[in-house]
Design a protein around this ligand. Structure first.
Ligand code: AMP
Ligand code: ZN
Length: 725
């Protein structure tokens, strides 16, 4: 029997079907105005493992996964410029329905790529507005909902168990929600929208007894789950962020409508993180399946990666761990093929049953996939069962794992030409003609095969994708991977550091100008190639072969700006560290002047363009002015490396560059350092792509977040300002 943690009862208990041998599962599905990222897919993998386990245990399962194609496409959201995709599609003359259809197809393909079994139905919200209206009408009749000016709200105070699912976690989120959305029409700020009146000019709208409008988000899942699975649903899944308000609302609506509990077991999966924070498109740290494919990584490696942690644990995604999972998966595939090729001598069915049972028991313990994987590797190594038996057990448990091992092509199945070459090579080896045998080995390997020699034998197989994939260069996945030289002595007078995210022309212009105006014997040039996907990485590599004092550090994805700059600060070995923005072009000797400014130990930062403020709210561009400043802009930001020990590194919560320079400046101010600008430094500022490459909406959102971080820490430190000292 499968036991799972139930969010509602807060304990682990057996899944018991309402009808014997038949389970119903409802999964909150994707919002189809953008691609599902791999964090979303982690949630769907969890549901898939639950379904596969129940089926493998001999049950029939009906699985429904809805498609949210309304509600999130609110006009206000569009106008805020929040979603580039819809805006772009509409600009191309597409309808919301076409956008939804496009992303639905991509979603289905992504699920298939990681072997998620398709749900029995994928009902669309827009096809079920009538059902939603029916539920809302019934809630109105039983006084669980009320109407105000064409809007219908659920009356939370009329439903005493509201809050039971989310418990105390909803308190803080609720406060947050209320702050954002103080709707004067509501009786209680906790009341949530069931139906919203269409604003003028809105195209996605439906008729209702209360006029034209559109449904709230939670009501779609009540309507579709009850329609397809009835009034008793065995399992409902989602990610932890669905608990409140979405599922709390769904319970109130569904139970208010049917008069009794609808869902027996609520199961919620923890988040996939990237760079330590929840993966989300808005955080700029989301990856999609095609990002993996573009990098030549097998999407099923992601499935394997998700099996290495329990579903109630967060996973921090990195390409390094994904590649490690890919290697492990390929190894498992090779073992499976070899076991499958082994001849059956005396099949021990008892052993097979015993292993199978032992492995399935792991899964039944609250979906212990890491435990299952561990068991599978023990089976691989085990000597108490013959190889053909191992193949049989692996085949069976893979019905739960879903790694598609049975579809692995036989990589030991070689074409005639390779077999002949191998024979030829074997005879050369027998006569100790290693030179000739190595030549043939290279020929075989060039054709995509791997030759593994043992003392008296040689095994040839087709290379895995990861073995064919040539890593262009070594990469890092986070700043934490880079060891710090901050406490180490200086090896050069100067380090110039630049972070680039792409734009090869800008990169070339900036770095070439630095090379032109610095002495290669005195200057170390460090560049972090922060996840660029155009030719920037190649341009830098090429430059570094000619200019030996240029060192390039490639990141395998775009890490935050604070993290990337910290990589520079940690790696640098110059006495003076000069951070430049790639929009800067050097026009003369800048190093000597910076050296003069930093000659005074009181000065912590020297640079081109400073900022002054009287209140930390309004900052005045000090460009065109020189002298004492409150902060230095990131175009050119020079410091003595040894001061970093005192001041600390940059805050990596700043993923976007904006205001990070202010924040770091205040770290210096707090330690009593002065900040000096010299607007005559020989530098030209070109288009600043960190700014111009983004839409206005994105800029605003990212800037606002960073400014919030800055203010939270420094709001009360006006004592540090030039005007008050
Ligand atoms: P959405 O399309 O935003 O409604 O999300 C679809 C599903 O993915 C929901 O069940 C979310 O709870 C889940 N989800 C969203 N972000 C993540 C994440 N970073 N890791 C795991 N699941 C997530
Ligand atoms: Zn839902």
């Amino acid at each position: 029997m499968l036991e799972l943690y139930n969010t509602l009862t807060r304990e682990r208990s057996a899944l018991l079907p309402h009808r014997k041998g038949r389970f119903s599962i409802y999964t909150c599905g994707p919002t189809v105005y953008r691609d599902a990222h791999i964090g979303n897919l982690r949630s769907y993998l969890m549901a898939d493992w639950i379904r596969r386990t129940l089926q493998t245990l001999g049950n029939e399962v009906t699985h429904i996964k809805n498609i949210t194609d309304v509600g999130h496409m609110r006009q206000e959201v569009l106008e805020q410029g929040e979603d580039k995709v819809i805006a772009a599609a509409i600009a191309e003359g597409k309808t919301p329905a076409q956008i939804a259809e496009f992303y639905t197809q991509r979603f289905l393909a992504d699920e298939a790529a990681i072997n998620i079994l398709p749900a029995d139905e994928f009902p669309k919200a827009t096809d079920h507005v009538e059902e939603m209206v029916e539920i809302i009408e019934s809630l109105l009749q039983s006084s669980l909902a009320y109407e105000v000016g064409g809007n219908i709200y659920f009356d939370v105070n009329a439903f005493p168990t509201y809050g039971n699912l989310s418990g105390n976690i909803h308190e803080s989120q609720l406060q947050e929600a209320v702050r954002v959305e103080a709707d004067p029409l509501k009786k209680d700020p906790r009341d949530f929208t069931l139906w919203k009146k269409a604003e003028p000019g809105r195209s996605l709208k439906w008729p209702s007894p209360w006029g034209e409008g559109f449904p709230g988000w939670h009501i779609e899942c009540s309507a579709m789950s009850i329609k397809y699975l009835g009034r008793h649903i065995d399992v409902h899944t989602g990610g932890v962020d669905n608990i409140f308000p979405h599922h709390e609302g769904e319970i109130a609506q569904s139970e208010g409508y049917t008069g009794s509990p609808v869902v027996s077991h609520w199961v919620h999966g923890q988040h996939l993180l990237a760079d330590g924070v929840k993966m989300a498109k808005s955080a700029g740290n989301a990856f999609i399946i095609s990002d993996l494919v573009e990098r030549g990584i097998d999407p099923l490696a992601f499935r394997y990666l998700c099996m290495t942690a329990r579903y109630r644990t967060r996973i921090n995604f990195t390409f390094t761990s994904l590649k490690a999972s890919e290697t492990a998966l390929n190894k498992l595939r090779r073992h499976y093929v070899l076991f499958n090729n082994a001849s059956v001598t005396n099949q021990d069915n008892e052993k097979i049953e015993e292993w199978n049972k032992r492995l399935l028991e792991k899964v039944c313990e609250d979906l212990d996939m890491p435990g299952l994987l561990d068991g599978v590797w023990r089976l691989v190594e085990s000597s108490d069962i013959e190889d053909s038996g191992k193949a049989e057990v692996i085949r069976r448990v893979d019905n739960v794992m879903g790694l598609g091992l049975n579809l692995t092509s036989n990589m030991y199945d070689l074409p005639e030409s390779i077999i002949n070459k191998s024979k030829e090579r074997a005879s050369l080896r027998a006569t100790s003609d290693y030179e000739a045998s190595d030549r043939i080995r290279s020929e075989i390997e060039a054709k995509g095969y791997l030759v593994e020699d043992t003392a008296d034998n040689s095994v040839i197989r087709i290379k895995n994708r990861s073995e064919i994939r040539e890593e262009k260069w070594k990469t890092i996945s986070s700043s934490a991977e880079v060891s710090s030289n901050i406490a180490e002595g200086s090896l050069f007078p100067i380090t110039v550091g630049v972070v680039v995210t792409g734009f090869p022309e800008d990169t070339k212009r900036c770095i070439s100008s630095v090379i032109k105006w610095t002495d290669p014997d005195d200057t170390e040039i460090l560049v972090v190639d922060n996840g660029s996907s155009d030719s920037t990485g190649e341009v830098l590599e090429e430059m570094s072969t000619v200019h030996k004092n240029l060192k390039v550090i490639h990141s395998d994805h775009t890490i935050g700006d604070g993290a990337a700059k910290n990589v520079l600060l940690k790696v640098a070995r110059g006495k003076i560290f000069i951070l430049l923005d790639p929009s800067v072009e050097i026009k003369g000797n800048f190093v000597d002047r910076i050296g003069e400014l930093l000659d005074s130990p009181k000065v912590g930062i020297a640079g081109l363009a400073g900022l002054r403020t009287k209140d930390l709210l309004h900052f005045h561009d000090g460009e065109g002015e020189s002298g004492d400043m409150d902060a230095m802009q990131g175009y050119c930001f020079a410091l003595r490396r040894r001061d970093i020990e005192k001041v600390g590194l940059m805050r990596e919560s700043f993923r976007y560059y904006r205001n990070l320079d202010l924040d770091f400046s205040f770290q210096f101010k707090e330690k009593g350092f002065e900040i000096i600008a010299d607007h005559n430094l020989p530098m030209e500022l070109h288009e600043h792509r960190g700014w111009t490459a983004l839409s206005e909406g994105e800029r605003d959102e990212l800037s606002k977040k960073n400014y919030g971080r800055f203010l939270k820490k420094w709001r009360n430190r006006t004592d540090l300002l030039v005007s008050t000292t």
